[in-house]
Design a protein around this ligand. Sequence first.
Ligand code: GLY
Ligand code: MN
Length: 339
Amino acid sequence: MNYMLKDENAIYYECGYSCDNALYLRLGADAFFITDGRYTIDAKENVVGAAVVIDGDLYGKAAKILKKHQVKKIVFDPKEWSVAGFDKIRQKVKTTFKPVLDFSHKKRIVKSEEELKIVAKAAKLGAKAFKQLAKEFRKNGFGKDEYTLTHMAKGILGDFGKYELSFEPIVAINKNAAKPHATPTSTILEKNDLLLVDAGLKYKRYCSDRTRTVQADKYFMFDMHQSYKRKKIQKAYDVVLKAHDNAIAKACSGMKAKKVDALTRDIVEKAGYGKYYVHSTGHGVGLDIHEMPYISKKSDTIIEDGMVYTIEPGIYIPNAFGIRIEDMVAMVDGKAKVL
Ligand code: GLY
Ligand code: MN
């Protein structure tokens, strides 16, 4: 099979190395990692199973290699390529380019034993960082605004430079938490505020992802058992927790992803909060923070052992508050195991 890749994580998955200016060609048994002279040493030291080709014109070089190998047909994922880059190759060759959406994500949907170990370690480190973060917020977080709290979260999640982050952490207080992907505001954390934190780190390039919503009292921890002073919040929180626990208990291999989605959604809808659950149940996690399988209402993907994804139901009441509880699971022996 012939395929060409442009996305960094897709390339890393094939050959154990990537950089921000590279292109990967797989032509039957041959593979080529094309990059420019800035990465010669690194690429030669780290690329596995592909010839390292150095050329300032990646696209021109790729076209030359396709011509030389008389490649008739090659697969690519249109999501990975800029129109300009793709055209530069296409205009120079007679090859047929076959678009396959999510080509690399489909290859990566079931994790290997080695990947499962790495992603489990990422999740473990993520959980540990949340513990640290609660300690830090209890001590130094009150009186600080969301910008500063986000900055503190970045330091602790990344262990001050040891780990990259899976994404920009979300730290949202009270009504800002009603935006599922809130950006920071000047809202200051005060005692007993609702505090939502969604954050993750990367271990060996694999992502973790976790969300907790807590009442930020003097002794708070980012655990799941929360007692809110406000009854309205407690009621919604208990529904989200029930939905989260239900999906984790009942998800099994062989089930369609949309059935897993229903395991959270039915509970939220039955409790009367359906219109406030504005996103899907979860998403696959791996080299990318969002990858297959998508746990959504529409997904016909069959869940299999070795898949890793999040369960993250939420209820978002505009201008009031938002709640989300998120964990990562791996499918093991037919069941969802929390990482
Ligand atoms: N944790 C961020 C997201 O899943 O979108
Ligand atoms: Mn997530």
